[in-house]
Design a binder for this molecule. Structure first.
Ligand SMILES: *[C@@H]1O[C@H](CO)[C@@H](O)[C@H](O)[C@H]1NC(C)=O
Ligand SMILES: *[C@@H]1O[C@H](CO)[C@@H](O)[C@H](O)[C@H]1NC(C)=O
Length: 244
C-alpha cells in the first residue's frame, strides 16, 4: 500500500515535472510571432531599419524568447479599398501587431482598422495629428518617436530669434510646424514663423535660400531645417559655398 502511494507520488511528480518543463521546451525551440508590416514606397531607410531589427532579434537565439516573422507589404496606393484588402489579408494571418510608415491617407485607414479590431499599430512617427478615439476606447496606434516641437520652440527662444524661416521635407515636419503654431500664444509669441516652405531635396532648399538672399541680402535670417541630419548638413555646406 505504502509503495503504491510512493509510486503514485513519484508518478505525479514526474508528470508535474514534464508539465513544468513543457512551456520552456516549447519556447526555447521558439514560437513564431507573426507581425504585419506596411510601408510606403520610397521609405527604404525605415524598411532597412525594420529588417535589420527583425534579423538581429531572430539571430540572437540565446537572448530571445520568441522568433518574429514579418509579413511585409510595400504599397504604392492611396486607394482605401485596395489598402483595406491588404490589411484584411494581413489580419487573416493572425498578426499580433502591425508596423508601418505610411502617408496620412493610408495612415487613417490603417489606424481605424487597428482600433476597430484592437490590433496594435506601431509606427516610427505619426504622419498627422492623432486625436484620441471619439468612442472613448483605447487608441491602438503608438508612435515610437516622442514629440519634440517644444524642444524646437525652446531652442529658438533660447537664442532669442524673433523671425523664423521654417523649411521641412515631410508630413512629419508639417505636423511639427502645426504643433509649434498651436503652442504659441496669440499676441504673446516669443517669435513669428515668417516663411514656411516644403522642400523636396537639397537643390530645392538651396534655390529657395538663394532667392531669400537676393531679396534681402543684409538682413539676419534664422532658418529652421526640419529634415534629416545628412540633408541639413548638405544644405548648410551648399549654402555657405554659394554665398561666400
Ligand atoms: C542577445 O540578447 C540578450 C538579451 O536581450 C542581450 O543581452 C545580448 O546583448 C544580445 N546579443 C546580441 C549579440 O545582440
Ligand atoms: C528636386 O526637387 C524638384 C521638385 O521640387 C525636382 O524638380 C528636381 O528634379 C529635384 N532634384 C533632384 C536632384 O532630385
Amino acid at each position: 500500500m505504502r509503495n503504491n502511494m510512493q509510486d503514485a507520488i513519484l508518478l505525479s511528480r514526474n508528470i508535474f515535472l514534464i508539465l513544468a518543463l513543457a512551456p520552456f521546451a516549447c519556447c526555447s525551440i521558439s514560437e513564431k510571432i507573426p507581425l504585419g508590416a506596411i510601408f510606403d514606397q520610397g521609405s527604404d531607410d525605415v524598411q532597412t531599419a525594420f529588417k535589420y531589427a527583425i534579423s538581429n532579434h531572430n539571430q540572437n537565439e540565446s537572448g530571445r524568447r520568441f522568433e518574429l516573422q514579418a509579413y511585409v507589404d510595400v504599397i504604392n496606393t492611396k486607394d482605401a479599398f485596395k489598402l483595406s484588402r491588404l490589411i484584411c489579408s494581413q489580419f487573416s494571418r493572425g498578426v499580433y501587431s502591425m508596423v508601418g510608415a505610411v502617408s496620412p491617407d493610408s495612415f487613417d485607414t490603417l489606424h481605424s482598422y487597428s482600433n476597430t479590431f484592437q490590433v496594435p499599430f506601431v509606427t516610427p512617427w505619426f504622419p498627422e495629428e492623432v486625436l484620441p478615439p471619439s468612442s472613448g476606447f483605447l487608441d491602438y496606434a503608438t508612435s515610437m518617436r516622442p514629440e519634440y516641437h517644444q524642444a524646437i520652440i525652446d531652442t529658438i527662444k533660447y537664442y532669442g530669434w524673433r523671425r523664423i524661416i521654417y523649411l521641412y521635407d515631410s508630413n512629419d515636419g508639417l505636423l511639427r510646424l502645426q504643433q509649434i503654431y498651436q503652442a504659441l500664444t496669440p499676441g504673446n509669441e516669443p517669435f513669428q514663423v515668417k516663411t514656411v516652405r516644403r522642400i523636396n531635396n537639397v537643390t530645392d532648399a538651396l534655390q529657395f535660400l538663394r532667392g531669400l538672399e537676393e531679396q534681402s541680402r543684409w538682413e539676419h535670417k534664422h532658418v529652421v531645417l526640419d529634415c534629416s541630419a545628412d540633408m541639413a548638413k548638405d544644405i548648410v555646406v551648399g549654402h555657405v559655398r554659394e554665398v561666400s
